[in-house]
Ligand binder design. Structure first.
Ligand SMILES: NC(=O)c1ccc[n+]([C@@H]2O[C@H](COP(=O)([O-])OP(=O)(O)OC[C@H]3O[C@@H](n4cnc5c(N)ncnc54)[C@H](O)[C@@H]3O)[C@@H](O)[C@H]2O)c1
Length: 312
C-alpha cells in the first residue's frame, strides 16, 4: 500500500509517518509539505518520498498521488489566533488547499482520503458533550476553514463517490509539537515553561476545558483508517470524552514533574471556545479496538521528549 501524507513534516504528520513506516502493509510513504511550519528534522531517519511544495500546486499533487492508495490530508495553517491575524491565508491553505487535494484525488481515481478537521467547528454551541450531529457554530476563521475541509470531504463522497473519512481532532499534544512560537499550543507552552522554571501563562481564569488527546492515539486512528479503509462521509470526533480544565492540566503536569507549578493569568483570547469535550461513540463504533493513551502517560512522554530538546 502507498500512502501520501500532506503536512507529513508537521507535528501530527511526522508522528504518523513514523508509525506508518512500521507497518508491514505499507510499501511507501510519500510526504507533501512546504515546510512552512513543519521541518525536515521531524522526518530524520524516516524513509519517505518527499514532494517539497504546496498543496495549492495541482501538478505537485498529481505527481504525489500517482499510483497511491490513500491520502491522509493534514497540511494546514493551524491555530485560531493565526487565523484571526490573517484569515485569508488560513482560508487559502485550509479550505482551497483541501479542495485542491480532493480534485487531485478525483483525477488520480480510486484514492481513499481522510483529513483532519477540528473541534473548533463546534464554536459557540455550548452543548456538552460535543456530538457530531450538533450544529456547527464556528467562532474563528480557522474554525470556518476546518468546517470547509470536512464539508468538502462529505460533498466529494456524495458527488463523486470518493471514499472519505473526515476526522474532528480535539487538542492533540505530544512529542514533536513545538513551543516557543507565537501560535504554540497550550501543552507544549506549559511543558516548555515548566521545564525552564517560568510561570505558566493561562489566558483567562483557567476554568476553560479541553479534551486533550495524545498524538499516539490520533496516529493509531489514522493508521487503522488507512489500513482498513474506514469510510464515514460525516465527521467523526477523535478524542476520548475527557474534560480537563487548564488549571487541572497545570496540576497534572505538576504531578508528572513532581512539584507544583506557578501560573500567570492574562486576558482571554478572541475566538477561543470555553469548553470542549467529545462524545466518542461514533469513534468507538468505527474503531472498537482503539487503545487510547491516558493524559498522564501522554504528558510523561511529552515531558520526556522535551527534555531531549534544546530549551525553548
Ligand atoms: N494539533 C492539534 O491539536 C490539532 C487539532 C485539531 C486539528 N488539527 C489539524 O491537524 C493537522 C495537523 O496539525 P499539526 O498540529 O500537526 O500542525 P503542524 O503545523 O505541525 O502541521 C501542518 C503541516 O502542514 C504543512 N503545510 C502548511 N501549509 C502547507 C501547504 N500550503 N502545502 C503543504 N504543506 C503545508 C506545514 O509545513 C506542516 O508540516 C492540521 O490540519 C490541523 O488543522 C490539529
Amino acid at each position: 500500500m502507498r500512502v501520501v501524507v500532506t503536512g507529513g513534516a508537521g507535528f501530527i504528520g511526522a508522528n504518523l509517518v513514523a508509525a506508518l513506516l512500521e507497518r508491514p502493509e505499507i510499501a511507501e510513504v510519500r510526504v507533501v509539505d512546504d515546510f512552512s511550519s513543519g521541518s525536515k528534522a521531524n522526518l530524520a531517519g524516516c524513509d519517505v518520498t518527499l514532494h517539497d511544495g504546496s498543496i495549492l500546486d495541482p501538478e505537485l499533487l498529481d505527481a504525489a498521488f500517482a499510483g497511491a492508495d490513500a491520502v491522509v490530508h493534514l497540511a494546514a495553517l493551524p491555530s485560531v489566533p493565526r487565523s484571526v491575524a490573517n484569515p485569508l491565508a488560513s482560508h487559502q491553505v485550509n479550505a482551497t488547499g483541501t479542495l485542491q487535494v480532493l480534485e487531485a484525488a478525483r483525477r488520480a481515481g480510486g484514492l481513499y482520503v481522510t483529513a483532519a478537521s477540528s473541534s473548533s467547528v463546534y464554536g459557540a454551541n455550548r452543548e456538552l458533550p460535543k456530538r457530531e450531529t450538533m450544529r456547527a457554530e464556528p467562532l474563528s476563521p480557522y474554525a470556518v476553514s476546518k468546517l470547509a475541509t470536512e464539508s468538502y470531504l462529505t460533498a466529494y463522497h456524495h458527488c463523486y463517490g470518493l471514499d472519505v473519512l473526515p476526522l474532528r481532532l480535539f487538542n492533540v499534544f505530544g512529542p514533536l509539537q513545538p513551543a516557543g512560537h507565537a501560535y504554540a499550543a497550550v501543552v507544549p507552552s506549559f511543558v516548555a515553561a515548566a521545564l525552564a522554571g517560568r510561570p505558566l501563562t493561562v489566558h483567562g481564569d483557567g476554568g476553560q476545558s479541553r479534551d486533550f488527546t495524545y498524538v499516539g492515539t490520533v496516529v493509531r486512528v489514522f493508521c487503522e483508517a488507512v489500513l482498513r479503509r474506514v469510510v464515514h462521509p460525516a465527521p467523526v470526533n477523535v478524542a476520548l470524552g475527557t474534560r480537563t480544565t487548564l488549571l487541572a492540566l497545570v496540576e497534572e503536569l505538576g504531578a508528572v514533574l513532581g512539584h507544583p507549578l506557578e501560573v500567570t493569568h492574562t486576558e482571554p483570547r478572541a475566538g477561543d471556545v470555553r469548553d470542549s469535550v467529545a462524545d466518542d461513540s461514533r469513534l468507538r463504533g468505527l474503531f472498537p479496538d482503539l487503545a487510547a493513551v491516558p493524559l498522564r502517560v501522554g504528558l510523561e512522554r511529552t515531558v520526556e521528549w522535551f527534555r531531549t530538546q534544546p530549551a525553548a
